[in-house]
Write a protein that binds this ligand. Sequence first.
Ligand code: CP3
Length: 337
Amino acid sequence: MKNYLLLRAIRKDPIERFPVWLMRQAGRYMREYRDLRAREEDFLSFCKNVDLAVEVSLLPLRLLGVDAVIIFSDILVPLEALGVKVEFLEGEGPRLEWGGRISDLKKYDPQENAYVYEIIRRVKKAQDEVPVIGFAGAPFTLLSYLIEGGASRDFRKTKVFMWEREFDFNRLMEMLTDVVYQYLSRQIEAGADMVQVFDSWALHLGRSDYEEFVLPYVSELIEKLKERFDTPVSYFFRGSSSFIDLVRETKADVLSVDWSVDLSLEALRTDKVLQGNLEPTVLYAKEDTVKFKTLELLRSIPRKTGYVFNLGHGLAPDMDFDKVKLLVETVKNYRIN
Ligand code: CP3
C-alpha cells in the first residue's frame, strides 16, 4: 500500500504540504473532457462506458497534477438501478421519472452498478501515483431528487413530503441509506482509498429538520461503513455553518465543508480532518486574486490540523482551466512549516 499524501494528511501524519483535489475536477471546463464527452450521446451512457470513464477520471491527474482521482460517475446512477428513469437534459440538469410510490422501486442489486466498481479497479491499475476516491449521494440528497424529479429552487415537494408523510419519508430514507451503504461497500471492496458522501441539498433545511430527518441516517450510514472498513469516509455537506456542530458527532473521518465556516476557528473545535472551503467563485477573479485567496486560506489553517485542500463546492463548466491549474499549483507550492 502506497503512503499517499492524502491518506497521510487524513491520519494526521507529518506532511510537508497539503494535499489537493477538487470536486467536479473532471468536467466541461476541460477541453479534453468535452472531446471525450462528444463520443457518447447521453451522459449516462458516457458514465457506463468504462474505457471513457477511466480516461476522464485520469484527466485531472494528468492535466492538473491533483493528489487524488475521484472516479468519474454521478450520484444518480444507483437510482437508475432502482428502476427510476434518469435523464440529463442539456442545460436543464437531471430529470427523474418513476411511479412515485416506494413499492414502484426495485430492490437494489449492487451488481447493477458493476461498471462503477470496474472503473475503480481500472483507475487503480492505470496508475499508483495517487489514491482513488469513490463516492455516493447522501440519502437525503438522493431522496430530494426522487421527490422533486430533478433540480429544485425551494425543495417544496421534498419538505412537504417530509413533514406530512413522515412514515413514508422514513421508509424511503431507510431504504436509500441501505442502498448507499451497499454501493459504497462495493466501491471500497473494489479498491477505493477513500469514499465521499455528497449531501448537496441538505442546506435548504432548517437546523431542527436537519437534526431530525437527515442526521440520523447519515450517522447510521457512516457508522456502518466504519464498522466494516478502515477506509476513510468524508462527508460533504453544504450549509456547513448551520450543521457542523451536529456533524462533528458523526463517525466521519473528514468533514468536507463549504465556505460558510471559518476553518481556523473550526480547527480549534474538532479533532476531525477538515476539507474544502475555498469559494469556487474565486476562480472567476483575476489570477492575482485566485492566488491571494488560496494563500489566505492555506495560511489560516492552524498547525497540526488535518486538512485537505478543496473547494467549498464543485468547479463549474464556465471556469477557466488555466486558473484552476494556477490554484492547484499554488496549493502544491505552499510549504507547511
Ligand atoms: O467530481 C468529479 O469530477 C467526479 C464526477 C461527479 C459528477 N457529478 C460528474 C458530472 C461527481 C462527484 C458528481 C456528483 C453530483 N452530481 C452531485 C453532488 C455534488 C454537487 O455538485 O453538489 C450532484 C448534486 C449531482 C447531480 C448532477 N449531475 C447535476 C446537478 C448535474 C449537472 C447538470 C448540468 O448539465 O449541468 C449532473 C451532471 C454531471 N455530473 C456532469 C458531470 C461532469 C455534467 C454533465 C455533462 O458532462 O454533460
